[in-house]
Ligand binder design. Structure first.
Ligand code: ATP
Ligand SMILES: Nc1nc2c(ncn2[C@@H]2O[C@H](COP(=O)(O)O)[C@@H](O)[C@H]2O)c(=O)[nH]1
Length: 185
């Protein structure tokens, strides 16, 4: 039977994690992206159960109390967490499961799943990161400020991760990501 694997994918808001992962999953449909729970409001076009499980703060706190989350964190004013059961089930079935999560969650996973492969995505510059968040057009000015403040802190921790990939040219970053994941035995 194939061995399951946990892959952690972290990087500052707006660096292009979601964009890279969408491309990766189109080319490697055998990989599974874990769907997180969040108290953030859906962005236009986001669908409950596909992009996130959108819940209120009370429900999120109940999930924490019931130990239903593998990891969780507060990020820029909202809570985010990984449902434990879905991930543990998939790994026990031999799947490769990707968690797209922020730094505090990645640190928790390092303690509970030390065997997980942890990747950090870097922007070519802070200026470009800010342009990307602004061009995406999904955040208020207040949220952009919070996310950019947090970005510097996250970038400072990039060396805690097994692999760092700069997302400058998207195709090149995807190539580097594939090389990191599919190391020939
Ligand atoms: N290599 C790239 N060059 C230019 N623009 C990019 C690149 N990669 C992603 N983008 C753009 O940057 C914006 C942010 O990308 P994305 O939403 O994937 O970031 P993210 O890291 O998932 O952010 P968050 O953590 O806030 O969800 C999007 O508009 C996307 O199209
Ligand atoms: N610790 C966790 N972080 C998560 C999870 N799901 C997403 N995230 C991270 O939150 C920020 C903001 O996401 P956004 O969708 O509001 O832009 C980003 O860094 C995500 O990677 C999770 O389950 N746990």
């Amino acid at each position: 039977m194939k061995t399951g694997k946990l892959i952690v994918f972290t990087g500052p808001s707006g660096v292009g994690k979601g964009t890279l992962l969408r491309k990766l999953l189109m080319q490697h449909p055998e990989l599974v992206l874990s769907i997180s729970v969040t108290t953030r409001s859906p962005r236009p076009g986001e669908i409950n159960g596909i992009d996130y499980y959108f819940v209120n703060v009370e429900k999120f706190q109940q999930m924490v109390a019931d130990e239903e989350l593998l990891e969780w964190a507060e990020f820029a004013g909202n809570y985010y967490g990984t449902p434990r059961l879905q991930v543990e089930d998939l790994i026990s079935q031999g799947k490769w499961v990707i968690l797209e999560i922020e730094l505090e969650g990645a640190r928790q996973i390092r303690r509970t799943f030390p065997q997980a492969l942890r990747l950090f995505i870097l922007p070519p510059s802070l200026w470009e990161l800010e342009q990307r968040i602004r061009r995406r057009g999904t955040e208020t000015e207040e949220a952009i400020t919070k996310r950019l403040r947090r970005a510097q802190e996250e970038i400072n921790a990039a060396n805690e991760f097994d692999i760092q990939i700069v997302n400058d040219d998207l195709d090149k970053a995807l190539e580097n990501l594939e090389a990191a994941l599919f190391v020939p035995c």
